[in-house]
Design a protein around this ligand. Structure first.
Ligand code: AQP
Length: 332
């Protein structure tokens, strides 16, 4: 690779991507390819920190791969692969885990949230999730990591782990920077706008899935929880409307003031319909692209196999240096 900065990001195949995943992360992945060297992956090893049906996980992983292509990630321009195909992630994760404190991991809010949500299965993978995420990034010495705001804490931990390793073993890892969009870094649930929109939300009306059809998208927006006021303006305390205004602004390019003027004298019903129609139309090309990519299994296989080969070649050089630094004996 040349001297362009290196981007790394991943997404879990825990279901179809939501509008939150799209706005907060994946939407930017395509355009970033023009300016950076990009490495993207479907993080199936992260997904099993929560119990998964194996048949569904395999299907969701393939679909996520095709969906990333439909969202504009081009395997010719980026390295696009499936995490479990590249063994260096797990190898490096072990070493980084030995450089991570129990106390640091205990402070992670995602661990606290997820262990409440999955109280019957608080497995150690859920606890060490951020170490594997640090390995994903550091195995490539990535400079920038595009994420939504919910992943900022994990990224800070990755930097701390890298810094500690560098102090112990000599400067080696690049300290990765978060790349968080200014608008849309946290898209909220349509049913509880104080909570982030999540793929695994049990209430199907809480999230827009990017493969939902037009009618479903409009119906979900029509049902979005707002407030008892009637003014369409961005203001503290109007979480539901603020969320819808953010989404509308992203897809139309309009400022909040312009949106307020556009809907002056109109009600929430008109606004919700406009948001629904705009989002559905904007996502239409992704639905079409996905239908094409997901049909062609042979092409998908070729892409993810080549992607894994490239990712392994790249990360192996880095991880073998880490092995040497910590004192493992060369295999010869
Ligand atoms: N609501 C959101 N708003 C903005 N960005 C978001 N992201 C997730 N939700 C939002 C960003 O999407 C990227 C991929 O996320 P992930 O699949 O790796 O994990 P997650 O953050 O745990 O996403 P979900 O949808 O909430 O998954 P589940 O329900 O399985 O836990 C990340 O960059 C994330 O910041």
């Amino acid at each position: 690779m040349d001297d362009k900065k290196l981007i790394f990001s991943g997404i879990q195949p825990t279901g179809t991507f939501t509008l939150g995943n799209y706005i907060g992360a994946v939407r930017n992945w395509g355009p970033l390819q023009e300016e950076y060297n990009c490495i993207y992956c479907v993080v199936d090893m992260h997904a099993i920190t929560v119990r998964q049906d194996p048949v569904k996980l395999r299907q969701n992983t393939m679909n996520s791969y095709a969906l990333l292509m439909a969202c504009g990630v081009d395997p010719e321009k980026s390295i696009l692969f499936i995490q479990s195909h590249v063994r260096t992630h797990a190898e490096l994760s072990w070493i980084l885990g030995c450089n991570t404190q129990f106390g640091e991991l205990s402070r992670m809010t995602q661990f606290k949230d997820k262990s409440q949500k999955h109280a019957d299965d608080i497995n150690s993978g859920l606890f060490t999730y951020p170490v594997l995420m640090a390995a994903d990034i550091l195995a490539y010495n990535a400079d920038l990591v595009p994420v939504g705001v919910d992943q900022k804490q994990h990224l800070e931990l990755a930097r701390n782990i890298a810094q500690r390793f560098n102090q112990r073993y000599g400067d080696f890892f690049t300290l990765p920077e978060p790349y968080i969009p200014e608008v849309g870094a946290k898209v909220m649930s349509l049913q509880d706008p104080t909570k982030k929109m999540s793929k695994s939300d049990e209430n199907p009306n809480a999230c827009i899935l990017i493969l939902d059809d037009k009618d479903t998208i409009i119906r979900k927006f029509k049902r979005a929880v707002t407030d008892s006021d009637s003014e369409i303006c961005y203001r503290e305390g109007k979480d539901g409307i603020n969320n819808l205004m953010t989404i509308y602004s992203i897809f139309t390019g309009k400022s909040f003031d312009e949106i307020t003027s556009e809907f002056d004298g109109k009600g929430y019903g008109d606004f919700k319909l406009a948001v629904g129609e705009t989002v559905a139309d904007a996502l239409e090309p992704i639905r079409t692209g996905f239908a094409q990519y997901s049909k062609d299994k042979a092409f998908l296989k070729k892409c993810y196999t080549e992607g894994a080969e490239k990712a392994l070649r790249y990360s192996h050089r880095i991880v073998s240096k880490v092995y040497r630094k910590v004192g493992f004996v060369d295999m010869g």
